[in-house]
Each structure stands twice: as C-alpha cells, then as structure tokens.
Design a protein around this ligand. Structure first.
Ligand SMILES: NC(=O)c1ccc[n+]([C@@H]2O[C@H](COP(=O)([O-])OP(=O)(O)OC[C@H]3O[C@@H](n4cnc5c(N)ncnc54)[C@H](OP(=O)(O)O)[C@@H]3O)[C@@H](O)[C@H]2O)c1
Length: 276
C-alpha cells in the first residue's frame, strides 16, 4: 500500500514509518522541514514538505504521494502547548481531510486520545461519549472533537484513541518533562487514566490499515489512579516517593475492542514498562 504519514518524524511517526516499510508498504512522510528529519530518508521513506496549516501545501503532499491511505500523526506537543495542539487538530485535520476528499483518498487512520471520556464507572469503551468542553482542558476537548468529526468524513476511517504515552522519548520517562517534574516533587496525576507504552503504539496503527471503520481505544490493560502508578513511576525516574495520594476520579479506557481485533500489547501494564 502507498501510505502518506502526516507527521512522520514525530515520536510515533518515525518508528511507524520504519515498521510500515519493513512490512512492504511504500511510505511518503511529511515534515515542515525535511532537512531536520534525515532519519526518514534513511528509513527508506520519501519525504515531502508539508505545513498542515497551509491547505495548498497539504494538497501538494496528497497529490505528490497519491496514497491509498493517510495516517494522521500530527501533534504540536514538543513544548507542551495544548492551545497550539488544539489548533493543529482543528485546522490541520480539516485541511488534511479536505485534501483527501478533493483527490479521492478513501482511507484515514487518525491518532486521538483515550482520556477525554465523560465521567462514569469503570473503563470506558468506545461507545461512551466524550466529556463536555467546559472548564480546564475545554480547548483540548474541542480540538479532539473537531479532529475526530473531520476524520469521520472519510469513508474508511479508523480513529485510534491512544492512552497516555510513556517510555523512551515521551514526557513520562526518566529524561522526560514529567520525570523531571516528579524529581522536583510537583507531579500529581489526573485521576484514573490509561497508559500506552510508546512501543505499543506502532503495531495497532499498522494493523488499523485493515481494521473496519470506527473508533478503537489503544491502551494497556490496567487503568490506574495516581496512588497506583505514581509510586512506580517515581521509583523508575529516581524521584522521592509521593505522599497523600487519594484513589482519584476518572475511569480510564477499555482495550477490549482492540484486543478483539487481534492486538496484543507488548506491555499489558505500565507496571512492566515503568522500569529498567
Ligand atoms: N497520547 C499521548 O500521550 C501523546 C501523543 C503524542 C505526543 N505525546 C507527547 O508529546 C511529545 C512530543 O511529541 P512528538 O515528538 O511526536 O512531537 P510533536 O512536536 O508533537 O510533532 C509530531 C509531528 O507533528 C508534525 N507537525 C507538528 N506541527 C505541524 C504542522 N503545523 N504541520 C505539519 N506537521 C506538523 C511534526 O513534524 P515536523 O516537526 O517534522 O514538521 C512531527 O512529525 C512526546 O514526547 C509525547 O510525550 C503524547
């Protein structure tokens, strides 16, 4: 298959590109500045310049790539700017979807998130609505809703709601921002949530090229409250043990659908991944 990976040089985009090529796909990857992403060419991808905020640039990428499928891995999180990320989800996804529709590309896989479900009891499956866009984090909800809504306008679409990514290169790692925050004693957690080891993001994203249209949670097996995961995380990153953590609100997400589609996580629990 010819696959256009939008955001091919990112945390998930690069290992995803390597895996797609290893599985015999032809990959065209995008970057705002291809010179800064030499690993993509070394991996065997063709690299195109694309700024998702510029519709002409997105259309150019789609025309040049002539893809059978597009994988949307665009985020703007390298400096933890949630407003910029919401803007990219809203405008960038709109441009990508408009370009795909204009040139007849029928298949889209979109990276979304699994921690915005409405309150309730137990891990949320994909039928649970997302929370209302009010209060802190409202803009993030707006961005995700707009991104998923636009993605669903492509006839064959799979929206992958990833858990909180942890592991090498992520915020949740010894070298990451939250590792540092834990060592400074200022990491608190956000209630019960689901994690995903960064290495476990790649296989289901490749497999999703053959999955039926719909939303799929890609999370590990064990939603956790900060009282569970934060002591393990702190041990891993060399931080003092946290004190006074309650059970936490929230619910995490269920991966029953992804497992039913054949996905088996390499790290079924953050307990295994937050070590070493
Ligand atoms: N589910 C999660 O928890 C989750 C998911 C994703 C990321 N994160 C966190 O976010 C951190 C940063 O992620 P990241 O390394 O993937 O970097 P990032 O800065 O979020 O960029 C991701 C990709 O999006 C592309 N991109 C950004 N803005 C663009 C634009 N306007 N037009 C076209 N492409 C654009 C980038 O391409 P170029 O820079 O090459 O142009 C890059 O390939 C990670 O360390 C991770 O912890 C968490």
């Amino acid at each position: 298959m010819r696959v256009l990976v939008a955001g091919a040089g990112g945390l998930v985009g690069l290992p995803l590109t390597r895996e797609l090529i290893a599985r015999g796909h032809e990959v065209v990857g995008t970057s705002r500045n291809p010179d800064t992403r030499p690993e993509l060419r070394h991996a065997g991808a063709t690299v195109l310049r694309m700024d998702a905020f510029d519709l002409a640039s997105v259309e150019h990428a789609v025309v040049e790539a002539r893809p059978d499928a597009v994988i949307h891995q665009l985020t703007d999180l390298s400096v933890i700017d949630f407003e910029a990320n919401a803007e990219l989800r809203i405008v960038g996804t709109r441009n990508l979807v408009d370009a795909m529709r204009r040139y007849g590309v029928q298949r889209l896989i979109t990276q979304s998130v699994a921690w915005l479900y409405a309150d309730g009891v137990g891990p949320a499956d994909e039928t649970v609505p997302l929370r209302e866009p009010t209060g802190p984090g409202a803009r993030t909800v707006e961005g995700v809703v707009a991104m998923e809504h636009a993605s669903a306008q492509i006839p064959n679409h799979v929206i992958l709601r990833y858990g909180k990514l942890y592991g090498p290169g992520t915020w949740y790692s010894p070298d990451g921002d939250f590792g540092r925050a834990a060592r400074d004693g200022v990491l608190a957690g956000n209630g019960i949530e689901s994690f995903l080891h960064v290495e476990d993001a790649v296989a289901p994203t490749v497999a999703a090229l053959d999955w039926p249209t719909g939303i799929v949670n890609v999370v590990d097996d064990e939603p956790a409250s900060p009282a569970d995961w934060l002591p393990v995380f702190c041990r891993w990153v060399g931080a003092p043990q946290p004190k006074g953590l309650g059970p936490g609100r929230g619910r995490g997400a269920s991966n029953a659908k992804a497992r039913g589609l054949g996905w088996v996580p390499r790290y079924p629990s953050w307990r295994a991944g937050m070590s070493g």
